[in-house]
Design a protein around this ligand. Structure first.
Ligand code: DGY
Length: 350
């Protein structure tokens, strides 16, 4: 063996990737360092371990910023995040340092679309109140009579008295389109969306989607119309400075009193205080949130947690065994591609 043989590239992994770990462990050409405790990787551990790393696998909570890049040093070639979201990564900084970035779109689209529908149903059907009615024993009490309008909420599907439903999408990417496909089964008749300026073929795509889903309308609209006309508003746009508090007090005040808001993208898109006020003062009916700004530091005294018609789950949009395995696998594939100079299955570019 030649003594001049190059050192193996160092790879740091910020959290065990469970059943995908053998993919890394079996790769003899790397020097692997893993934070293996079942809790977020502490920043000091990361900064202590990334010097000299050629590749790092990160999660949503690991900030990839100046400090990170400085600590890693000039040999850092690739950062691979096990997420579709990339709010935690400074992309322009990555571009300046020629560091490739991998992420995990596509493989989680269906799981997140599933939970988006789940939250729309839970928010509309008073999940917090109905669940506590059973849990507190109120259901069995004599004064709890079945009553015509007790515990009612707005229905997701169309009805005799309400034969149209408009779904609004703030952002109309992969997950929004997968959500729309599911909504068709509930009889949604109209879809409105805002997003990046229409690409040259988005009108062709919209015509195709409209026909396929037998919609009465599928239209790109301005934010004002989106707020005023949506029966259910789905927030599905990436986070970051460009979308910060797009849903603010002015937006919420325009919404229908029986409307629902569902956010399965990033907490920073919705102003939490404004949403709490909108629910308290009945500007909208309810909300279903997988993400909340400031997460994970959300406790029982948070204004939204206190709102009975706000259903919150702890950022579990992609949390199925199958999807998480696919995401972890994709994160490893991206890492290797970046490390060994190949095309990535999913690469983020600025
Ligand atoms: C992601 O991957 O960015 C999602 O938020 C996970 O659910």
């Amino acid at each position: 063996m030649s003594p001049l043989r190059e050192a193996k590239p160092k790879v740091v992994v910020c959290r065990s990737l469970g059943p995908a770990m053998p993919l890394l462990a079996q790769q003899a050409d790397i020097d692997l360092v893993v934070w293996s405790e079942d809790r977020s990787c502490p920043r000091p551990w990361l900064l202590e371990n990334i010097p000299g790393a050629a590749g790092v696998i990160v999660l949503l909570g690991d900030k990839v910023d100046e400090e990170f890049v400085r600590a890693a040093g000039p040999g850092l070639k690739v950062v691979s995040t096990m997420s579709v979201g990339y709010e935690h990564i400074d992309l322009p900084l990555m571009a300046r340092h020629n560091i490739r970035v991998g992420y995990t779109p596509d493989v989680l689209t269906e799981a997140v679309a599933d939970i988006t529908i789940m939250l729309a149903l839970m928010a509309g059907r008073n999940d917090n109140n109905v669940y506590s009615t059973v849990k507190n024993g109120d259901w069995a009490r004599p004064n709890f009579a079945w009553s015509p309008f007790k515990l009612c909420g707005p229905q997701l599907s169309t009805t005799l008295s309400s034969p149209t439903r408009t779904a609004g999408f703030l952002g109309f990417g992969r997950i929004a389109q997968a959500t729309l496909a599911r909504l068709v089964g509930f009889g949604v008749t109209h879809a409105l969306y805002t997003g990046n300026p229409a690409s040259s073929n988005s009108s062709v795509r919209d015509e195709e989607l409209k026909t396929r889903h037998r919609l009465q309308a599928l239209e790109r609209v301005d934010v004002d119309r989106l707020a005023r006309e949506s029966d259910i508003l789905f927030v599905l746009t990436p986070g970051g400075a460009g979308t910060y508090h797009l849903v603010d007090e002015a937006f919420l005040r325009k919404m229908k009193p029986l409307s629902l808001l569902v956010n399965t993208s990033r907490g920073s898109v919705v102003d939490s205080d404004a949403l709490a006020k909108a629910l308290k003062e009945n500007w909208i009916w309810g909300a279903g949130l997988d993400v909340v700004e400031g997460e994970p530091l959300i406790t029982e005294d948070h204004p939204l947690v206190k709102e009975p018609r706000c259903v919150i789950v702890p950022h579990i949009g992609s949390a199925t065994f199958e999807t998480r395995l696919d995401m972890a696998t994709r994160a490893v594939e991206n890492l290797f591609a970046g490390l060994f100079g190949r095309d990535m299955p999913a690469e983020l570019r600025v």
